[in-house]
Design a protein around this ligand. Structure first.
Ligand SMILES: Cc1cc2nc3c(=O)[nH]c(=O)nc-3n(C[C@H](O)[C@H](O)[C@H](O)COP(=O)(O)OP(=O)(O)OC[C@H]3O[C@@H](n4cnc5c(N)ncnc54)[C@H](O)[C@@H]3O)c2cc1C
Length: 261
């Protein structure tokens, strides 16, 4: 039977752009270009490698996000994923990680899965908690922060590298894994891949397709709230220490004055 892999990919505001909060203190997603979160490219890459090793596998990429989030799906499809699911609904505006994990869990269940792969964190929210909450909601094992991952005989194994030790982890499928940016360079889409992606299926689902009520998500259903946000102050020119024999001493005094040493 085919190994069903679902990769969760997030469409995030481009970090090089000028990002703002909207009046309701949600991220202003209208005025800034977005892209597939770079950390999720590693998740797509690992899915492709697992599929290449398997006799028969199918990769579905899944995103919860606004209309433009389709761009993230197209990128993943052009890297080699087989099909895509886009969950979009006006009532998702302001959804926090609890709501996002609910939507992803319902979508993963509806799609059917043996293995869910996520990035280690998104490049905008950077909470890094979604994979664990998703696994809990699905009631399956979570094997997170892997820098190496393999699937064989209904089991996923992987290596998690810490500061002082590496752990070898194992779980039976179905399971959720998250992979780090040390798991292997993500491939660039080839021209052939980009052309092929245009013909690959992208399904669109809304909250009613997933039997989720509007008050379970959005600002109303959120477990967290942003109370206030302030523009970061403009950068100051900084202090230049010229070395005329006393540079090291002046540098140490500066660092001590800032309580860095
Ligand atoms: C339209 C919209 C509006 C939102 N508004 C708010 C808001 O006002 N306040 C708020 O707190 N949150 C909001 N969110 C949710 C937020 O953007 C995050 O998706 C969610 O909080 C998860 O947090 P994170 O990105 O830090 O996850 P992390 O735990 O850092 O992400 C880990 C991994 O989970 C997967 N993942 C995360 N998010 C998604 C996703 N959306 N689709 C597919 N995979 C994903 C990726 O693989 C990622 O690498 C909104 C989301 C949407 C779609």
């Amino acid at each position: 039977m085919s190994l069903r892999i679902v990769v969760c990919v997030k469409y995030v505001p481009d970090a090089t752009g000028d990002r703002h909060f909207a009046d309701d203190l949600t991220v202003d997603r209208d005025d800034v270009d977005g892209l597939l979160s770079e950390l999720d490219e590693y998740a797509v890459e690992q899915a492709l490698q697992i599929a290449e090793e398997a006799d028969d596998a199918e990769i579905t990429v899944l995103t919860v996000g606004p209309e433009d989030a389709k761009d993230a799906l197209r990128k993943a499809l052009s890297m080699g994923a087989d099909k895509a699911i886009h969950v979009e609904d006006d009532d998702l505006h302001g959804t926090d990680v609890m709501g996002t994990s609910l939507v992803l869990a319902k979508a993963v269940e509806k799609a059917g899965y043996d293995l869910v792969i996520t990035g280690m964190a998104s490049t905008d929210g950077t909470m890094g908690v979604l994979p664990a909450i998703l696994a809990e909601r699905l009631g399956v094992p979570q094997v997170t922060l892997l820098s190496e991952v393999k699937v064989e005989d209904g089991t996923v194994t992987g290596r998690r590298d810490g500061d002082s030790a590496s752990e070898q982890l194992e779980a039976s499928l179905p399971a959720v894994v998250s992979v780090t940016d040390q798991s292997g360079e993500a491939r660039y889409p080839s021209f052939k891949g980009i052309m092929a992606a245009k013909k690959k299926p992208v399904e669109s689902w809304d909250l009613s397709d997933l039997e989720i009520e509007a008050d379970e998500v959005g600002l109303e259903g959120a477990w967290t709230a942003v109370d206030s946000a302030a523009q970061r102050p403009a950068r100051t020119a900084g202090t230049i220490v010229k070395d005329e024999g006393e540079g090291g001493k002046q540098l140490a005094e500066f660092l001590a004055g800032q309580k860095f040493i």
